[in-house]
Design a binder for this molecule. Structure first.
Ligand SMILES: [Zn+2]
Ligand SMILES: [Zn+2]
Length: 860
């Protein structure tokens, strides 16, 4: 029997046994309640660092805990293996992206296994495997069949360095640089595939069935950016061109004294007068050179140019001037706005600068009839607004938000409704007049999924000179990615230059002149449905697919789905976490799943930084390698430090010294439990005579039940640092109890307390727990034991009432735990009202504590 804790030996041993026994296989068992736990799968970048372990070790701890609580737990792992870095490596180092990717997967798989997680490796998914991506293509075809995939010419952000288009989410920072390489992006017009995520905008705003962090709800809500208002048609004075605008404040239409078009608006060239042409053209050129961020910057002075044309305000037939300004974007709304300077700060500044009229239309309660010196955007009463004069407007508030308090604040009626509130009443009137209608706009754009890249999932579409765009037939999937391609940084996919791939027979008319789509899919497409692929990654391998297929084994799916607990980073809030919700809603509409949210619960962990407080990266040289740490300390210690050293939801900088504390803790646990194992084995009898006292036994049980309660609650709350602290305290309490009463170990309660320690240890420290459990002669496996439960009565602190005296006279009484330390008892006594009254600010000469009975304070 090994005397010293030797993690390198026991971890290898148990990992091999678990694998051989299939201990972590998740098998459908309808007699048990299921728990589908999932943590975000990694990209196989080849440099797995401790930051990759940080989300996984605590997720594994919680999944293991759920298993001990009696759930049938599925906790899978896979690799998000398509993507740019593989292709960059190919261009830079001449390695084929596939070879690079699969070598990295092989290495990372070994690294992940060394941590001892309960991943069911038989369910591993690799998104670049044809057996996986044939289903990504199948989903593409289904979305296309449903009218949710379409191709259109569209200006896209383009990274000149990576030579690829980027999704809006992949453009970062004020200077709008490429997420991958930092190069500022440029605009390019390309024919692209989009998914119509906007069709689900309203459904995506419903978070009622999700137990997700409020922060993620807020970020998605803001990203979707729904606003209600009205679409109103303005007509040009000459030519009668219709210019639709969207406004959230139709009640202020009478105050619109000019309108502003985006410089790119298609009518600008036609409407511009000869006199204004030169100035307008110069302005358009400089505006299109700027980035959207620059154009929308709030601190930037607003500029614009009159184009020499007029429009008619449809509510009062007033003639208003038409301007262009760079702060109006063609990509948002209709590319045209009505400007109401008295009700909008930006329009106010613009009108002042260019001497445009600023009539008041919403009057605050104490308005003196004078012109405004700044815009007024709050609720008030309409003036100068034709037949709506006198109507109350609640401004930016909704009728639901309109409270009696607000009504009082603005001196407006509290009981407003669709007929009496100006914004609503005007919208109905516009509809009756046929000049406008209720409308909703979203900030959310459709999801651009085309990438001009090789290492991605081929888009299963064909263009035929006769038939136009044609789908690849379902039974021809997968469209396999050819391996023999040339990597040239041309800005176009290498597939475009692969004649064998590109040329294809039209599946509809048989023409020999059809061509395959040579763009590949955004990798977020692959990760939108991977939770379903885990059901059975080799479901229908080798069989032809059909339109009516199900992309996962229904026996598995009916049992495991949806995901019960997902863990991952908040940085995915408006990308992956939105896309996978969209996918699940579309799958619901395809009749594939009975639910419409992919993951019931979500927890976001923080990020672990290098010891220099910077994000870990190879280039910074601050990467901590998990392999070296496992070599030096063992996986359990590394897992323990990742949980103990940080608040999981926050993360923080790595501290190499902190790990030693966890190492010493596990050594103490080892010594404590092994001495019990030896005692059981008859190697050592405890010395000392007599039985442990009832109070000592009660104390032992109390510590045990308190530890169970605390560790249980901490794991439930994802509070892994306090979980480890609780285990440390319990270990110390056991050592202290044994030191105070050596014969305690002869009592069965001691053996139970020790077994409890090992059980509580098991989720977080799976190897040492398994070893100690075996050393205690308990049945394999500790991970299949029931999680211990606590008894509130036993966990309760014993309390006693003690007298508080001043100069020998009882002046107060306090209730304290029986075990209270002397200093704590004295402090509590001194703080009582009774004592304070008699002290009158004086410092006591002496304080005496008689354990469990009284505190006497001597004052001179
Ligand atoms: Zn780039
Ligand atoms: Zn054809």
């Amino acid at each position: 029997m090994s005397e010293k804790y030797n993690p390198q030996v026991i971890e290898q041993k148990w990992q091999q046994k678990w694998a051989a026994d299939g201990l972590n296989r998740a098998v459908v068992d309808k007699t048990k309640e299921k728990h589908y736990a999932m943590t975000m799968y990694p990209y196989p970048s080849g440099d797995l660092h401790i930051g990759h372990w940080y989300p996984m070790a605590p997720s594994d701890t919680r999944a293991r805990w759920m298993r001990m609580k009696g759930y049938n737990v599925l906790f899978p792992m896979g690799f998000d293996s398509f993507g740019l870095p593989a292709e960059n490596a190919a261009i830079k180092r001449g390695i084929h992206p596939k070879a690079w990717t699969y070598a990295n997967i092989e290495r990372m798989r070994g690294q992940l296994r060394s941590m001892g997680p309960m991943f069911d490796w038989e369910r591993e998914v690799i998104t670049s495997d044809p057996s996986y991506y044939k289903w990504s293509q199948w989903f593409f075809l289904k979305l296309y069949d449903m009218g949710l995939a379409y191709k259109t010419l569209s200006p896209v952000d383009f990274c000149p360095h990576c030579n690829t288009t980027l999704a809006r989410e992949q453009v970062w920072g004020e200077d709008r640089h490429c997420e991958r390489c930092g190069t500022p992006v440029i605009k390019k017009e390309l024919n692209q595939w989009f998914f119509k995520i906007t069709a689900y905008a309203d459904q995506l705003l419903d978070f009622s069935h999700l137990n997700w962090p409020e922060r993620v709800h807020a970020m998605q809500k803001n990203w979707i950016g729904r606003s209600e208002g009205a679409e109103v048609i303005f007509k040009t004075e000459v030519g009668g061109h219709e210019i639709p605008i969207f406004t959230t404040r139709p009640d202020t239409l009478w105050g619109a004294t000019f309108m502003v078009l985006a410089p790119e608006h298609p009518l600008v060239a036609e409407l511009t007068s000869a006199a204004q042409r030169a100035e307008v053209e110069t302005y358009v050129t400089q505006a299109t050179r700027q980035t959207e961020i620059d154009r929308l910057a709030t601190d930037k002075e607003k500029t614009g140019v009159f184009i020499g044309a007029y429009a008619i305000n449809p509510v009062n037939n007033e003639r208003i001037s038409i301007w262009i300004a760079d702060y109006v974007l063609m990509t948002y709304g209709t590319g045209a706005i009505m400007a109401v300077p008295s009700g909008d700060e930006r329009d106010f500044a613009f009108a002042q600068k260019y001497n445009l009229p600023i009539p008041v239309v919403v009057a605050p309660k104490d308005w003196d009839g004078q012109p405004f010196i700044e815009a007024y955007t709050e609720p008030g009463r309409l003036v100068n607004s034709g037949l709506f004069n006198g109507y109350a407007t609640i401004g930016k508030y909704s009728l639901d938000e309109w409270t009696p308090e607000l009504a009082e604040q603005y001196s407006l009626p509290a009981n407003l409704n669709l007929e009496t509130e100006a914004r609503h009443a005007v919208t109905r009137w516009l509809e009756q007049q046929g000049i406008g209608k209720f409308a909703v706009t979203y900030r959310l754009r459709d999801w651009l999924i085309s990438r001009q890249r090789y290492w991605g999932c081929p888009i299963p579409m064909i263009t035929c000179p006769t038939c136009g765009i044609v789908s690849v037939p379902y039974e021809d999937l997968p469209v396999e990615l050819p391996e023999d391609v040339q990597f040239m940084p041309t800005g176009e996919s290498p597939l475009k230059f692969h004649e064998g791939f590109r040329h294809v027979k039209c599946p509809q008319c048989g023409s020999e002149n059809a061509e395959r789509e040579t763009d590949t899919m955004d990798t977020f497409m692959c990760s939108s449905w991977y939770q379903y692929a885990y059901m059975d990654p080799h479901w229908k391998d080798g069989q032809p697919l059909s339109r009516n297929d199900i992309p996962f084994n229904p026996n598995e799916g009916n049992y495991w789905l949806p995901v019960d607990q997902y863990t991952g980073g908040i940085e995915h809030a408006t990308m992956h976490l939105l896309y996978t919700r969209f996918f699940t809603k579309a799958m619901h509409d395809m009749g594939l799943v009975p639910f419409d949210e992919p993951m019931n619960a979500l927890f976001n962990q923080g990020i672990i930084l290098g010891d220099d407080r910077e994000k870990m990266s190879k280039s910074r040289g601050n990467v901590v390698s998990p392999d070296d740490l496992v070599q030096a300390y063992g996986a359990d210690t590394v897992r323990g430090y990742l949980m103990f050293g940080f608040r999981w939801d926050q993360g923080g900088p790595w501290d190499s010294k902190g790990i030693l504390g966890v190492q010493r803790f596990l050594e103490r646990v080892w010594d404590l439990v092994m001495s019990e194992a030896r005692r059981r084995g008859g190697e050592q009898r405890s010395r000392g005579a007599g039985e442990a006292s009832a109070a000592q036994l009660r104390n032992l049980r109390r510590k045990q039940h308190q530890a169970i309660r605390r560790v249980t609650k901490d794991i439930e709350d994802f509070s892994f640092n306090t979980m480890v602290a609780g285990l440390m305290e319990y270990t110390n309490a056991l050592s202290a109890a044994r030191a105070a009463a050596p014969t305690l170990v002869n009592h069965p309660a001691w053996a139970e307390a020790i077994r409890t320690l090992v059980l509580l240890l098991a989720p977080g420290f799976p190897h040492i727990a398994e070893e100690l459990w075996a050393q205690l002669g308990q049945p394999y496996s500790v991970h299949q034991q029931s999680w211990p439960t606590w008894d509130e009565e036993l966990a309760k602190e014993d309390v006693v009432e003690i007298a508080v005296q001043v100069n020998g006279k009882v002046r107060d009484k306090i209730e304290v735990p029986t075990e209270i330390a002397e200093e704590e008892a004295k402090a509590k006594a001194l703080a009582t009202d009774g004592v304070q009254r008699y002290l009158e600010g004086k410092t006591p000469a002496k304080v005496i504590y008689v354990s469990g009975r009284l505190v006497n304070i001597v004052v001179k």
